[in-house]
Each structure stands twice: as structure tokens, then as C-alpha cells.
Design a protein around this ligand. Sequence first.
Ligand code: NIG
Ligand code: FE
Length: 402
Amino acid sequence: MQILFENASLFRAEPDRPVVEPRMSVLVSAKGRIEWVGDQGRVPRELLAEHEQLDLDGKLLTPGLIECHTHLVWGGSREKEFVRRLGGATYEELLLAGGGIHQTVADTRAASSGALFEAAIPRLEAFRQQGVTTLEVKSGYGLTFDDELRMLEVIRDFDEKTTLDVIPTLLAAHAVPVEFKDDRTAYLDMVCGRLIPEVAKRRLAVAVDAFCDTGGFSLAETRRVFEAAKAAGLPVRVHAEQLTRTGAAKLAAEFSAFSADHLEHLDAEGIAAMREAGTVAVLLPYANLSLKSRIPPVKALRDAKVPVAISTDCNPGSSHTTNLHLMIALACHLYGMTPGEALLGVTAHAARALGLEARIGRIAPGLDADLCVWDCNTLGAIPYNFGSNLILHAWKRGRPAL
Ligand code: NIG
Ligand code: FE
């Protein structure tokens, strides 16, 4: 059956016009696609078949939210490290001393797939409750051939068992595991020579990510990972310019990366390269706050018209949160983004960061009917209610998802 939404305050998430339009109608086809969008009461008769009519009474209707950067699956907890960081220890220090990511790798390897799955479900559920209809999840805490595949299989199981679409990314180049610390090349040989081709063959990930920074991989090593991804037909993304300036954003642009993420130390050259390549800037406000890092160059990104996405970076170390609505508010506070820009960051621009902009992220004819209804009628109400969940209902491809 079709669904006809009436009397919506509509945010279509059109990047060049991030506004709310009052008194709008949206028709969803029986197949779960957006069929028509227009003024209240103007839906062409000939398009209407048997349908359910929902009067939104002026409530805000937006695309389903897209969370484009998470490390949702992990074993253990880094609470102790968090408290040490509150006391002044730095993320880099802990990582270089074999803690940080390495701690989570040890705990993740020790956990069964079932335990990893169960531990992640409440996080996934928290996103679903916030109107998230597409969720990206990275591997990166296995760091062996078998454990990375095992993480990706857990991620595949989420996709099969939940109403959201779960988008898997291979992040084997997250850190050099401790057992390879004296032979980094041997680890990269495994990742590039065996793991990436296997993941591509089994379609266990749709993109390859890398952490190019102190404690992660050098620019030359990241290039090697990107070459292997390209050879396997997988697009790339990168954790770039977070702790230091490495030139990773420019490298990402050279490989037409979907996104470069973090970007606290991004420079003008990196911005120009990203603009040329159409690479999305994914900004992660709680990682900024929790690592006390500098603020990425948001104004320069805006001036250069580089699309900016916003995400939780949900992970046990630098950003232990599942609250995407709070990230919208932080994007306004920390980055000076408007509510409209911040909402684009979790809809149209987040879709681009996943290479899915032809299917999701906007309310336009032909796209999937991934939709949210909010208990408000303006975008400003979302950051104003700092971190509160105003979502009332959500649909995934026209089916109730909340
Ligand atoms: O996006 N910096 C690298 N990766 C993650 C953190 C992972 C962790 O600390 O466990 C990030 O911030
Ligand atoms: Fe991350």
C-alpha cells in the first residue's frame, strides 16, 4: 500500500537549500520509494492508489538519519584509559605505549563472535531509536586475517537481523598489531596481499578505510593500502589529519576517496584537493572534545563547498557515544554550523560519504522512502534540545522501522 504524508514541515535535505517547508505532502510508493513531493493537497489524483494517509499536523519530516562512521563492534572497555585521559594523559601516549586501540584489539580477539554481536546490539538499538536508518560499521579491532573477517561477519549479521541497513567497512589498517611492531611490512603484506582481496571476493565490505597518523600508518603505507583496495575494486576512506598533519586528505582525494574523516589538521592544499575530487569531510565532534584537539577548518570547508558530514565515531576510545542528535548540537556549538548544515551532515552528505547518494539521504522522487518524523516543527529545535531524542517514528524503504 502507498503512504501519503500530509501537512508535514518538510526538510528535503537538498544541499543547496537546507530549509524547512511548511504544509507539504510526500507520497511513498507501495515499493517503498518516494513517489512525489509537493504542496499540501496537490498530489496528482492519477498517482494515488490504495493508500494509508498520515496527517503529521505540522511535525518535522526528514530523511532517515545516516550514521556514516562508527566502530560499533568491540570487546572490553576503555573506561580506565578514559579516566587517565581526564587526568591529563594523551591519546597518542597511551596508543604508542601499547594501550588505546591495542587494548581493544586484545579484548576483541578474546571475545567470541556471539559476545561481540550481543555487546553491539544495544548500541545499534540506540541508533535505531534516534531515527538512524543506515549505519556504517568498521572492522579494525581484529587485526589478523581471521579476526578482521570475523568482525565483518558479525557486521553482516546485524544487516540481516535488523531493520536498518548496515554498511560494512574494512579497517584492517587501523594500527599495526603489537606482534608485528618490528615488521610492519609483513602486516601490510597480509592486509594488501590476502585480506583485501578476500574481503572483496566475499563482498564483506563495501569500502576500505585506514588510520593515517601517529600510532597508525604512514602516508606511504596508506598509499599501499589504497592501491590494494583499488586493485580489488573497493573505494577508499581515511582517518586523516587527526593528531598530526600528514597529507592523508590529499592522498585520499588522489584516490577519489568517498570521505576523509576527522581533519583537525587539514590545510588549504588538502581542502582544494578534496573539493576537486568530491571527497566528503566527515567531522566527529565528540572525538574533538574528548581528545581536546583543535577544531577542523569548518569555515574554509564551507567556503570551498566541500560537503561536510557529521558522525558520532562511536568507539570505545576517542568517542564513546551513540548519541547522533548530540553530535548535531555539537556541530552547531563547536563548528558554528547552522542547524540546516548539521542536518545535511547526517542525511545527504552522510549518504555521499558512503557513496549512496543516488539511493538515500534526501526526500526526492525515486529515492528510498527512509523517513523520520520528529516531535517539533523546526530544525533549530534539534540542537536546542541538546542531545534529547525528539524522534517519534521512522520508516525504512516505506516500512515502519521504529
Ligand atoms: O576514529 N583514531 C583512530 N580510530 C578511532 C579511535 C579508535 C579507538 O581509539 O579505539 C577514531 O577516533
Ligand atoms: Fe573513527
